[in-house]
Design a protein around this ligand. Sequence first.
Ligand code: GLV
Ligand code: MN
Ligand code: MN
Length: 406
Amino acid sequence: MSAVVERLRELAQIGRQEYGIDRALATPAERAARKWFVTLARARNYALTQDPLGNLFARRDGTRAGAPPILVGSHLDTVPTGGPYDGAYGVVAALCALEMLDDRNAQTEHSVEAVAWAGEEGGRFPFGCLGSSAFAGIIEMQRALALVDSEGTSLAQALASKEGGLLDDVPARNGTRVAAYLELHVEQGPVLEAEGVVLGIVTAIAGQRRYRVTVKGESGHAGTVPMAQRSDALCGAADIILAVERAATAQEKTVATAGRIAVEPNAPNVIPMRAVFSLDIRSTVDAAIDAVESALRDSAADVHARRRLHTSIERLESRQPVPMDPKLRDCIGRAIDSIGQRAINVPSGAGHDARCLAQIAPTAMIFVPSVGGRSHVPDEETKPEDLEVGVEALAASIAEADKFVV
Ligand code: GLV
Ligand code: MN
Ligand code: MN
């Protein structure tokens, strides 16, 4: 079995639950994954550093003193019912690519660092691509550390804890200069499989906005309050969610998801007094996200008038669509030619740390197929031989990028 396949099987045991893998940021499982990464990197004498958010870097030295590094990576955290490849593949593949360069005695001018970005999924603390956003200056470090999870624990507290915190024996990182960023990821969609191609070069990452919507009504007895006299917060939330669904369906290449909802008091015979739900809207066209957001606001006004409910809409995060760097994409294209493979261009509907790194350095991504296009589910699958081709393509892309970036 190849190193990348064997390691991904090993990593999939960390945080394994009855249904999928759960490695939320700064939990014991996610910390154990970081430690696992450190052990592999130390075996090759790569220099390890971490920053205050838990972003973790393993450096293979280059030959030109003072040259900024090429970063290559992805994330180790998962959604609560995650599969073995989303994020994990890009981190493991980055280490494997560095080892491949070692084994071939290939020198690079730039240092190359395998990176595990902290908290890409944004499930525990309400901000996606958190580690890479802080690294790229998109969110201030202090604001990131002040984010609070649903239990009231701040990220600063979680990262100071023994269970989920920073690693004791890894020195602090200095500096955020980057020559280029490359990320290898499973596609998480159906295009490559349908086209019968093993490699995709990402054209752009879709825009995304995340919200927290709160609907407040009035509680009461489920058996006695007549329907016309109710202010049922959950019914109002349902109206809003369905209005958003209609609005997203009316736009091209636009999706919207209310993936989490909490209802109070959450009892079978009490009218819901409060409903709080998450909303995630994405599109490759920013104006389409605007249109869905307008529908959200109109619907909130409508349930206020019709159902006598109070609503508040908090926009937690807003990301424009991000194109990948054309010259770095060409580098990847040449690298893929050099290993005798073929690639097609594909957009990314999913978010990735690459969209943050693109704000500070030339950035590009490579995709490999996802069986059935499925991801964020335990049965996420990519064929072992495709995982291996992806690592070859990544190593070749690093060598090619090393010649091109300054
Ligand atoms: C991350 O996987 C995201 O796109 O939400
Ligand atoms: Mn991912
Ligand atoms: Mn994901």
